[in-house]
Design a protein around this ligand. Structure first.
Ligand code: PEP
Ligand code: MN
Length: 360
């Protein structure tokens, strides 16, 4: 079975797809107000959370099933499909019964194969499109697994939603973008559309423009942006929501990038430039191979003279001089430090390994 791109879902969607709507549905009046303010925009799908997964109890947990009917307002007034998050079989059955057009699985659901499977059982015999957010942690396999489970029950209208991953390392993001995840997911499922969710990546309004543009630069197929008529007073995720007006001006400034299939006249020049990369990569591998051989020779020498593998002073010198060289060449210090650590780990392994081999 091949996954259908969002343009082929039969819902009149085009790429890039802009999905807007509040983090949570709060009242019919709130949904109506946001709908009215979205009139005339390029938004192609309306979102709202109805059952809200909250980290701590006593936070607002969504208004529940009642709100399913409220979504008829944007569906009718804007003439676009509507989507809600489902996290168990009961939600799924209620959303199907209410005629919701598209479902989405949240990050806390994708992380749990039991929940995903329960939802899939409830979806058997239906063909509703489902969007799957990446799991909370940077585990690509869980994301792939949730998509495979949906495919196994016959769902072929599937999209990914990239919302970043939580981490304990201090960061300017609420959820680290982990850009390699959506890219590797697309490699696994070449016809899968992946939409980015800058709202949950950023956790604030200020960075949404920058992350939205980055998503388009990476060739993702659209954006899901939390939109509220009165963001400061939203009942959940107040800091990261923007008004429909701000959304429209943001959409007006974004630069949409094209895939090379859409611009075949650029292919030969691009191929030429890519050959340079191919040659440089070959050279890089050759240099690394030579470096590791030299390391093994040094290991042999250390063994013959009963010296320990790790020599602190030498390592400090290596790090400092290489970081200086990198800086002078315009290579980032953080990248160089990581690369040196990786090369050093491998070198120590090789030297230590060769000591065992020699003993045997
Ligand atoms: C949401 O979209 O409001 C939401 C709860 O998102 P996530 O599952 O990405 O945390
Ligand atoms: Mn939210």
């Amino acid at each position: 079975m091949e996954i259908k791109k969002i343009e082929d879902w039969g819902l009149g969607l085009k790429t890039p797809l802009w999905i807007a709507g509040p983090c949570s549905a709060e009242s019919p009046e709130q949904i109506e107000q946001i709908t009215n303010e979205l009139q005339g925009s390029d938004v192609g799908m309306f979102r709202a959370g109805i059952w809200k997964p909250r980290t701590r109890p006593n936070a607002f947990e969504g208004v529940g099933e009642d709100a399913l009917q409220w979504l008829q307002i944007p569906k009718k007034k804007l003439g676009i499909p509507v989507t809600v998050e489902v996290a168990n079989a009961k939600h799924t059955e209620a959303a199907l019964k209410a005629g919701i057009d598209v479902l989405w699985l949240g990050a806390r659901t994708t992380v749990n194969p039991f929940s995903v499977q329960e939802i899939c059982e409830a979806l058997k015999g239906t063909d509703i499109p489902v969007m799957v957010k990446n799991p909370m942690n940077p585990d690509l396999q869980l994301w792939i697994g949730a998509i495979e489970r949906l495919m196994k029950v016959g769902i072929d209208r599937i999209a990914g939603i990239h919302r970043g991953c939580s981490s304990n390392v201090p960061s300017r993001f609420r959820n680290n973008p982990e850009w390699s995840m959506p890219i590797l997911l697309k490699r696994e499922f070449p016809t899968l559309s992946v939409i980015s969710d800058p709202s949950h990546i950023c956790g604030n309004r200020e960075m949404i423009g920058e992350v939205s543009q980055a998503a388009l630069n990476f060739g993702l197929d659209g954006l899901m942006i939390e939109t509220h008529h009165d963001p400061d007073n939203a009942w959940s995720d107040a800091k990261q929501q923007i008004t429909p007006k701000t959304l429209n001006s943001l959409l007006g400034t974004l630069q949409v990038r094209h895939s090379i299939d859409e611009a075949p006249e650029l292919k030969s020049e691009l191929d030429k430039q890519r050959q340079t990369i191919d040659v440089l990569d070959q050279q890089l591998i050759e240099v690394l191979s030579q470096r590791f051989k030299a390391i093994e020779n040094i290991g042999q020498y250390k063994l013959e003279h009963n010296l320990s593998v790790f020599q602190r002073d030498r390592w400090d010198d290596v790090i400092n001089s290489r970081l200086q060289q990198a800086k002078a060449s315009g290579v980032s210090e953080a990248f160089m430090r990581q690369l040196l650590m990786d090369i050093h780990d491998e070198s120590i392994k090789l030297q230590e390994g060769s000591m065992h081999t020699s003993k045997a």
